[in-house]
Design a protein around this ligand. Structure first.
Ligand SMILES: [Zn+2]
Length: 177
């Protein structure tokens, strides 16, 4: 958090503009009208997070969960941005409604490409709860121990970065359709 070099809102002319780093990019937010300025994809991410708050969804996992839910043949079952007080980690749980694995391959390949950028070690876990499911989650040394606030925070930052990278990856040649 800090004041931008040129702290004037282009929307309302207010001089109180806060710059912060979101998914690896700087974004300026007007303290008066909430206008966002910066990279278009990051602004879209923040608008999705605002939408999540209005819907009562978790703003940390909502954009990524929506991206995954929008993939053909994929349905999100549940998602969470984690809880630093309860010590639970963020995740996105989904099923393959068309029983094809192409989107699973896309996500796995994306995780492989993002490996060095992500703070946590992410994996796609196979689950079975009366039906076959998958959970995108961070791998932890001790699964049953409460997550620390730092672990939850790191995983949330990863989720934003994943969303941003997936926007690009899904338009590339290797992405299966
Ligand atoms: Zn403004």
């Amino acid at each position: 958090m800090g004041k931008a070099e040129n702290p004037t809102c282009e929307e309302c002319g207010n001089h109180g503009v806060t710059r912060r780093l979101v998914a690896g990019a700087a974004v300026d937010e007007c303290e008066l009208c909430g206008h966002l300025a910066g990279s278009p994809d990051v602004i879209e991410l923040l608008e999705l997070q605002r939408e999540a708050e209005e819907l009562g969804c978790s703003p940390e996992s909502f954009p990524l969960a929506r991206f995954i839910d929008d993939l053909p043949g994929v349905r999100v079952l549940s998602d969470s941005g984690g809880d630093e007080i309860a010590g639970t980690m963020p995740y996105v749980s989904f099923e393959l409604s068309d029983h094809r694995t192409v989107q699973l391959e896309n996500l796995a390949q994306a995780l492989r490409l993002m490996r060095d950028e992500l703070e946590a070690r992410w994996m796609i876990e196979f689950t079975y709860d009366f039906q076959l499911g998958f959970e995108l989650k961070a791998r932890r040394e001790n699964e049953t121990a409460r997550a620390t606030p730092a672990e939850v925070d790191a995983a949330r930052r990863d989720m934003s970065l994943m969303w941003r990278r997936l926007q690009v990856f899904s338009g590339l040649g290797w992405w299966k359709r």
